[in-house]
Design a protein around this ligand. Sequence first.
Ligand code: CP
Length: 304
Amino acid sequence: MKRKDLLSIRDLKKQDILALMESAKQMKTAVQHPSKREFLHLNQAMITLFYENSTRTKASFTLAGKYLGMHTTDLAVSTSSVQKGECLLDTGKTLDQMGIQVVVVRHNHTGAPHLLAENMGAHVINAGDGSNEHPTQALLDLFTMLEQRGSVEGKKVAIVGDIAHSRVARSNFFCLQEMGAHVVFAGPETLLGGVHQLGAKTTTDVREAVADADVVMALRIQLERQKANNFPSLAEYQEFFGITEDLMRYAKKDALIMHPGPVNRGVELTNSLVDGQSSVILQQVQNGVAVRMAILNSLLEGEA
Ligand code: CP
């Protein structure tokens, strides 16, 4: 179904997700082979508007746009009129007058992309809003799982770490549930808040979560979002919840190691797991460009 914006995974049904996955497969060829890039959206324009830091999401959206032939620009919030007190809506309405078709927004407040979507003519893509959602991350994570395993139906995905503050955890839960996977969240009790209400399975026993898992996804400890000390120290977190080779012995033999990045090496995952054979962390990054090309294409289709 043609839609104006991509704000939440919950707006997508299984067939929408599968259509994006199919399109991303074609787009991946264009990521890997420059000569195969078709400029499907030549002269259409996209702006990235990030109120929070990013490496992967911002760079991959910019490149995804360029590989589709789009004009892309970044509004550097730290040197923009936001610093003179301009409100989000005025910034959005201002950018909307500049001939853009897409705005990709990341904001520390839940709902900021939704507010822009209601008030802008341009397509709005949520690139992460507070602790709420990061839908494009969940789609690239799913793409990576499908590429590696063919299907996620009935597969066990253990998501370990700072669940309470994680938009990646929430979007992955909605996406994987829609696709028939079985998600288990694990972390310290203080970092599991908010997901019980979604009906998600949670445990403070990381071995239980990892047992027979097909995928083990570690999440970053988001010190910037924690108002209280939710665990005594990073060393203690690592000891009780860090993913190690020993812990991975409980998972399926061929279990995938995933992480949305950036990784706190030696905290969420040992160095050797990050760089090891089972890790698909770099594939996640490459797939991020292809999946974002598919998302841009689906929003812009027929509008050239
Ligand atoms: N995974 C992710 O969103 O990474 P960035 O913060 O680098 O965009």
